[in-house]
Design a protein. Structure first.
Length: 258
């Protein structure tokens, strides 16, 4: 399918690996020029070189976009994107009693305020041009809260509320905002979770992996490539009637009706 976005320009945050890279790869394959961001220059430059094989222009911005300076650097490199893919790592797990003001502030800055501030910076230009796509990578915990991920549950729910209202205000201008909610995908984060589970249960890494996969109706982890394909579709010319939605990509793991 021709996504109809060849020649457009996208910002993709946290794009050097994992789900962010999956999104960047799918957009590059669709002919979208990219401004990719991550904190560490080496892996980011390696990813950019691979993305250029699709024949698109790729600019790198090594910065922490959860800071004012990082966001300023990213927007200076691309002040008028057609597409914005917001992405940032989630806060650490724990118990409600573990978290004080500092932990809450960090979670809110990274997983609520950063995507909101980046979106509000680029939305006026998208509205003026009559076309734009914003996709936020959030979490399955927005639909089915995960007890030990209370920081993520709360911060991402705040972003979801912002999207619910704002998306319906900008849709008439040809601009859509939607959220992608990943479950368990084959990324570095899952590898770390498997190792933690193996240690806690005194089992092998392979056993921990099988145990986690058994909890997913699809019987496997998702891949960054299939996650990226959904992101690229939401960014396409065909997705203009999808507004303010929270789309689960979790293999059926989140046990909800709606």
């Amino acid at each position: 399918m021709d996504l109809g976005i060849r020649g457009r320009t996208a910002i993709v945050c946290a794009a050097s690996k994992g789900l962010g890279r999956g999104c960047a790869e799918a957009l590059a394959a669709a002919g979208v020029n990219l401004v990719v961001n991550a904190r560490t220059p080496g892996p980011l430059e390696a990813t950019a070189q691979a993305l250029r094989a699709h024949g698109v222009t790729v600019t790198t911005v090594a910065a922490d976009v959860t800071t004012d300076d990082g966001r300023a650097a990213l927007l200076a490199a691309c002040p008028a994107p057609d597409i914005l893919v917001n992405n940032a790592g989630g806060p650490p797990p724990g118990l409600w009693s573990d978290w004080g003001r500092e932990a809450w502030q960090a979670a809110i800055e990274a997983n609520m305020l950063t995507p909101i501030l980046l979106a509000t910076a680029v939305l006026p230009g998208m509205i003026e041009r009559g076309w734009g796509r914003v996709v936020n990578i959030t979490s399955q915990s927005v639909k089915g809260p995960i007890a030990q991920l209370g920081l993520s549950n709360a911060a991402r729910a705040g972003l979801t509320g912002f999207v619910a209202g704002t998306s319906r205000q900008v849709a008439r201008h040809g601009v859509t905002i939607n959220n992608l909610l990943p479950g368990s995908h084959a990324t570095d984060r899952i590898a770390a979770l498997e190792e933690n589970l193996a240690r806690s249960l005194n089992i092998s890494r392979e056993q921990a992996s099988e145990k986690r996969k058994a909890e997913i109706p699809a019987g496997r982890y998702g891949t960054p490539a299939e996650f990226g394909a959904m992101c690229a579709f939401l960014c396409s010319q065909h997705a203009g009637f999808i507004v303010g939605q929270n789309i689960l990509l979790d293999g059926g793991q989140t046990n909800v009706t709606l």
